[in-house]
Write a new protein. Sequence first.
Length: 245
Amino acid sequence: MLGSLVDFRQASTLLAVRSNRTAACCRGARTADSIVVVLNNPAARKAVSGLVEPPARLLLRMHVSPDAVTLVGTAGAVTVALVCLPQGWFVVAVILLALLTLSDLLDGTMARMAGTSGPWGNFLDATLDRLSDGAIFGGLALYGAFNGQPWITAAATLALVTGQVTSYSKARAEAVGATANVGIAERAERLLIVAFAALLTGFGVPYILPAALWLLGALGLVTIAQRIRTVRAQLRPVPPVEPHE
């Protein structure tokens, strides 16, 4: 959840989240987004497990469910995004959202330990991820509006819309029996780019935030086009074969 500046959940998630979810069988197969870059390293996986498993066990002993952790993480990410980002508190927002990735790590680990991994967790995670993403880019759009920078508002809105359509196109493709796993701007990449840009903006680097947002919007359009083309190729009607006389 940069649960998520982020998934933010996926920015930090890049370091651990999705891999944990994969280990949790379905609860972690979530999103696009999945992140295995660093945790493909066995030593890294062991280090993360050692960090996350003790609090996961404690929460389970306290009868806290993985779903509750997921919901709290999302609520925290949405709150941080809509409070800190419009005010321009970018460094604080990135740090807090990165810390909230612990909810992603915890809920997947807890589900695995409790033996409750399954499609429900995958569905809940993916759905709440959309809320986190919307809050992040919506917060940046509000920042532009509050500070007389309409180009930031426009870019953040474009990035928000293309990001949501990117995820929706994949879900719809799967619903009609196709796959749409292609694209140059999936969720993890989007969140990493916007988190990095927001952090640099917080340290006073000019122009980086609008540039990153316009880039994300453009990459999102390309990704949508790639997925439409891919699904169209899979679902193209096969002409009937004329019977031989």
